[in-house]
Design a binder for this molecule. Structure first.
Ligand SMILES: NC(=O)c1ccc[n+]([C@@H]2O[C@H](COP(=O)([O-])OP(=O)(O)OC[C@H]3O[C@@H](n4cnc5c(N)ncnc54)[C@H](OP(=O)(O)O)[C@@H]3O)[C@@H](O)[C@H]2O)c1
Length: 289
């Protein structure tokens, strides 16, 4: 049995969908409603802070996709590793981030990801690290202003990022979880091309068939907006991460993903076409994932 944690999140949801086409899969669900009903998806409720729920979720499990998302709660990462070892799990596949390989990246989020990788390496359980660049789906944070005003507000208009389609990250995770030979490896997962926020806006406008205006946010404006949604140290780390993009640290595409999947990585245009509804004026309120 394979256990997918973070199963209602951006990557986990796709991983459960793809895995369940060919085999039974267990999905660890926290607060949100599970979108699956019955076989082949076994939904189990759990909380990274509650070892009893983790022990139950890992019973009889061979491999786990590990997805955590709170840099201020490293005990979540530790709890998952401890529960996996106790349950005899043989392979931990961790969703990490490509920033861990950048010697200049020293923000809170990157340090948290490095420490989580170190903890898994030291655990004695076989591991694989998936290290994606920024997800193309982060552009969904623009959906509301695009729908209502035809405006994209973002910092660092000209800073390139080789953003990756989360569906490609999920397909890579499925390969690693189901095939032999990935143990002890770390995979850089990027999209096919470096794109600036300005260029992403142009592509989105082209796909939507209507003009969009780009408004560049200052560092302070960007920080203020992030701080409305995240604890202050996390917001500050996200801004520092964006600043490294400004310095050109995130633009280089990597060929690991196409080699792993046996096909090219999906483009941002393709992602925008597949998610155009989220940006359409009539789309429902509430930011989709
Ligand atoms: N976004 C990017 O551009 C990017 C790029 C590179 C790497 N990453 C990494 O990707 C990871 C996040 O992946 P994602 O975007 O797929 O996740 P996500 O959409 O943020 O979702 C997080 C998932 O974890 C679950 N979760 C949170 N707290 C939990 C708890 N206490 N117990 C059990 N489940 C809990 C959530 O369930 P509830 O919602 O019900 O709590 C949700 O299913 C992070 O490690 C991030 O650093 C992200």
């Amino acid at each position: 049995m394979i256990l997918v944690t973070g199963a209602t999140g951006t990557i986990g949801r796709h991983v459960v969908d793809v895995l369940s086409r060919t085999r039974p899969v267990r999905a660890l669900v926290h607060d949100r409603q599970a979108p699956w009903e019955g076989a082949p998806v076994q939904v189990v409720r759990g909380d990274y802070a509650d070892p009893r729920t983790l022990a139950a979720a890992m019973d009889g499990v061979r491999a786990v996709l590990v997805v955590t998302n709170d840099p201020l709660r490293p005990e979540h990462d530790a709890g998952l590793v401890t529960a996996a070892a106790a349950a005899g799990v043989r392979h931990l596949v961790k969703l990490s981030a490509l920033a861990v390989t950048d010697p200049d990246a020293d923000d809170l989020i990157t340090r948290w990801q490095r420490e989580a990788e170190d903890r898994i390496r030291a655990s004695g359980t076989a591991w694989t690290f998936l290290r994606p660049r920024a997800f193309m789906s982060n552009a969904l944070s623009w959906a509301r202003s695009v729908r209502h005003e035809g405006v994209v507000r973002a910092p660092f208009a000209d800073a390139p990022n080789a953003t990756v389609d989360p569906r490609d990250v999920a397909h890579a995770a499925v390969r690693v979880l189901t095939e032999p030979g990935h143990e002890g490896r770390a995979y850089a997962l990027t999209g096919p091309e470096p794109l600036t926020p300005l260029r992403q806006t142009e592509i989105l406008a082209d796909v939507l068939g209507r003009p969009l205006r780009f408004v560049e946010l200052s560092r302070e404006e960007h920080l203020r907006r992030l701080a409305a949604r995240h604890p202050e140290p996390v917001a500050e780390a996200l801004v520092r991460s964006a600043e490294r993009q400004l310095a050109g640290a995130k633009g280089r595409p990597d060929d690991t993903l196409p080699r792993l999947l046996g096909r090219p990585a999906r483009t941002y245009r393709r992602w925008a076409e597949d998610h155009a509804d989220a940006f359409a004026p009539a789309a429902a309120e509430g930011e989709p994932q």
